[in-house]
Design a protein around this ligand. Sequence first.
Ligand code: ASC
Length: 151
Amino acid sequence: MKAWMLAACAVTGLLASASAAAQFKNAQDAIDYRQAALTVMGNHFGRIGLMVNNKVPFDAHAVQVNADLVATLAKLPWAGFIDGSDKGDTAAKPEIWSQPDKFRNAALKMQDAVGKLNDAAKTGNQDAIKTAFGAAAESCKNCHDEFKRKH
Ligand code: ASC
């Protein structure tokens, strides 16, 4: 990628985050948004899980479609963790806001893991998909263990 492209992406990223809070009516709206994003992402991740765990027949094309969706959807939830949205109908722990670097790192790890799952999906190699799926699931679990309250 050319340097100017990276710069353009960085600026777009900054604008996306700068406008995030203004995009929500209130804290609950932001909570609803991030939960919706995580629900849809989990649904498509789960479809791959069914194949990886031999609950439904392996279909390389279905893995590709779902892994590509997951990689895109994984970018979404973070804009919903706005200041003040620790209060409301949420399982988000206060550590998300008191340890933002740690939370950001966990979020980036997940995005890296689902990016690798998407790479593996493109090869169609079942073993590579299985390994990458396991690592991605682990990144979900790690973040939930640290930052999501158990009901
Ligand atoms: C899913 C899903 C999660 C993760 C997690 C992996 O399919 O909805 O939250 O996987 O259970 O440990």
